[in-house]
Write a protein that binds this ligand. Structure first.
Ligand code: ZN
Length: 369
């Protein structure tokens, strides 16, 4: 999430192995930070609403909501800290450690709402006593994912406006970027409102649980996000990024990896109305062996998202694995300034035949307990 200077720097720079580049970037770090710091804090201010996005009440101090419940992060934290994706991508200007309290947060709803509206899915007991998650738990996860997406888009819209004011961005680039951002924002708000209604009404079957697995060990990573898959296991197109119809929207799948105290829960689900888009994918997924299912999820997470959190004691050789680093970098390519590259392009070259080429952190051999 683009929430601080580091995130912005991350947006402008790809991971690099070049010693020379690394040093050059480090030297300019202070000046760079100063300039961007101003731009970012202004954009943060501009992106802020006056009202809580959930209850609509006027709100003077927003809650620092965790994208992954702090409880799950604490189960993989060492002395309160976890690695985020930057450890893997080796971005030269970032700190690799992230205290549990700062990791992946957004400010969009009031404290009272934050303490209430996610309570079913954030309660660890609900994973111990229930065989499968309830419809309410699932809709709350979806709600949280959409809030995170909304927060990110609102900030980016403000950021591009401010960058345009400060540096005069190329007109076509600026216009194109903001059109996409606006469309995405509208779609996320629609999806959020739907999830909210489903949660309140307690409706069943509005989300389709593709996969739910409880492992009797604690995996060394935590993840919760919605990602747009591009290609299925047989090379079939899931989301068509070249479809230029204004009515065509990219549809995402929700993925959770929740480390509990002595076990882990892994889930994949979609909005039932996106069933057609994902049908081939999940039919193929279900034919995989138990081990390959985990490999596929591990592969998706590292290729499609930058929101993964990892236990700090995972062996360095694993974290430096070339395949894993290359995969993680792919998810950063969206963050370049190239106007032809946008979110939808992530994963367009993700090939599931290579899913067993990277270390699968979900396997028992990597368990932390
Ligand atoms: Zn509220």
């Amino acid at each position: 999430m683009l929430n601080n200077v580091d995130d912005f720097i991350q947006m402008l720079s790809l991971g690099t192995d070049s010693e020379l580049e690394l040093n050059a970037m480090k030297e300019n770090k202070v000046e760079f930070r100063k300039q961007l710091g101003r731009l970012l804090s202004q954009s943060r201010k501009d992106a802020k609403d006056e009202k809580c996005f959930y209850c609509g009440e006027r709100c003077s101090s927003f809650c620092n909501s965790h994208s992954i419940p702090a409880y799950f992060l604490r189960n993989i934290a060492v002395e309160g800290e976890v690695y985020n994706n930057n450890k893997l991508v080796n971005l030269p200007l970032l700190d690799n450690d992230n205290g549990v309290n700062q990791s992946g947060t957004f400010q969009l709803i009031c404290r009272e709402c934050d303490s209430k509206i996610f309570s079913d899915y954030e309660n660890p007991d609900n994973y111990n006593y229930k065989d499968v998650p309830t419809a309410k738990m699932i809709s709350q996860i979806a709600m949280k994912n959409y809030l995170k997406s909304i927060s990110k888009r609102k900030f980016e819209i403000a950021l591009y406006d401010n960058m345009n004011e400060s540096f005069e961005l190329p007109y076509e680039f600026y216009k194109h970027k903001q059109t996409i951002n606006d469309l995405d924002l509208k779609e996320y708000i629609k999806d959020f409102n739907r999830a909210k209604r489903i949660d309140i009404k307690g409706w069943d079957n509005e989300y389709y649980l593709i996969y739910h697995q409880k492992l009797d060990y604690v995996v060394p990573m935590a993840f919760q996000s919605n990602v747009a898959l591009m290609i299925d296991f047989e090379g079939g197109i899931i989301n068509d990024i070249y479809n230029e119809s204004p009515d065509y929207r990219i549809k995402s799948i929700h993925i959770c990896v929740f480390p509990l105290e002595n076990s882990s829960v892994i889930m994949l689900f979609i909005d039932s109305k996106d069933n057609k888009r994902y049908r081939s994918f999940y039919k193929q997924f279900r034919k995989l062996s138990a081990k390959d299912k985990l490999a596929a999820i591990n592969y998706i997470i590292f290729n499609y998202s930058e929101d993964v959190f990892i236990n700090k004691e995972v062996n360095d050789d694993i974290l430096k694995h070339k395949g894993l680093i290359d995969a993680s970098r792919k998810s950063f390519e969206i963050l370049t300034m190239n106007p032809n590259v946008d979110t939808a392009l992530v994963g367009s070259n993700v090939d599931f035949s290579k899913m067993n080429d990277i270390p699968n952190l979900l396997l028992e051999e990597f368990k932390i307990r």
